[in-house]
Design a protein around this ligand. Structure first.
Ligand code: AMP
Length: 282
């Protein structure tokens, strides 16, 4: 496994791979790898000759009062896990490598970025779109692997790829969960014992909603109210949002007549957890 920290050496290697007609799968992450990330790496390994992982805690997607400095960075463990998964290349850039002091170009995917998480995290998706675009230029993969866990992010990146004609196929992979249903996240380590016990209720509420839709409930307001009630009565969390939206436009849906996305964000103390589920009407 090769570890590159600078752009030129990564580019040289990728140039060689392209000359050999090797297909490249790319998994961008912020590290603190868990089974969710590993599932993307495994899928990429199955579908490509070469798998490239990037580990970069991207400062431009964090707000001023967010957890950029405290975000976990267990480099040795990440390298160990990547090796175990037979990753071919890790790209591990520094902030200086990714953003010069003069950097002033950003990509903004309008409208989609202002919805849902974008409301409480202004600028977040501009940071995400910019770093993903930069990484796609550097890696020029055949396939890009993202998790359904970050549903809005996947929607925005898909939009950007279409709008800006990136020559890459996008694969959105299922959410990997703990046994008790909590979606794996690098931020779960921030939860205290009580919060950790309560957090699986988010998925329990989403599953209940899915069942209600499957049984014939089409009124989104009723469903969302029920989810809120479950979270508010059974956890100490505060709801940032719970919404039922179109999977492509992220526009709110009132009557569920086609497969739709129910998304939520809940604060447990300062820790913000997100989760979602796709619901299918009867
Ligand atoms: P992150 O390191 O949190 O930026 O995530 C890197 C990639 O892993 C993103 O595409 C995430 O959607 C994906 N991911 C994170 N958590 C999970 C999970 N529990 N299941 C599947 N994919 C995940």
């Amino acid at each position: 496994m090769k570890i590159y920290r600078n752009i030129n050496s990564l580019r040289k290697h990728i140039h060689r791979l392209k000359q050999q007609n090797q297909t490249i799968g790319f998994v961008p992450t912020m590290g603190a790898l868990h089974e969710g990330h590993l599932s993307l790496l495994r899928k990429s390994r199955r579908e490509n000759d070469v798998t490239i992982l990037s580990v970069y805690v991207n400062p431009t997607q964090f707000g001023p009062n967010e957890d950029f400095t405290s975000y976990p960075r267990p480099e040795k463990k990440d390298i160990f896990l990547a090796k175990k998964e037979n990753v071919d290349i890790i790209f591990y850039p520094s902030d200086k490598t990714m953003y010069s002091e003069e950097h002033c170009s950003f990509i903004s995917v309008a409208v989609l970025s202002d919805r849902l998480c974008g409301r409480s995290r202004p600028g977040h998706f501009q940071g995400v779109a910019t770093i993903v675009a930069k990484l796609l230029h550097l890696v020029s993969p055949d396939r890009l692997y993202l998790g359904q866990k970050d549903a809005q992010q996947a929607t925005i990146v898909k939009r950007m790829i279409l709008d800006l004609n990136f020559d890459v196929k996008i694969r959105v992979c299922p959410i990997i969960r703990e046994k008790d249903g909590l979606a794996l996240s690098s931020r779960n380590v921030y939860l205290n014992e009580v919060q950790r016990q309560e957090a699986p209720i988010l998925y329990a509420a989403l599953k209940k909603a899915k069942l209600a839709v499957k049984s014939g409930e089409t009124n989104a307001t009723n469903i969302l109210e029920k989810i809120r009630e479950i979270i508010l009565t059974r956890t100490s969390g505060t709801v940032d949002y719970v919404a039922c939206v179109d999977q492509t436009t992220l526009e709110p849906i009132q009557k569920i007549t086609q497969s739709s996305l129910i998304v939520l964000a809940v604060y447990f103390g300062k820790t913000r957890l997100i989760d979602n589920i796709i619901v299918h009407p009867k």
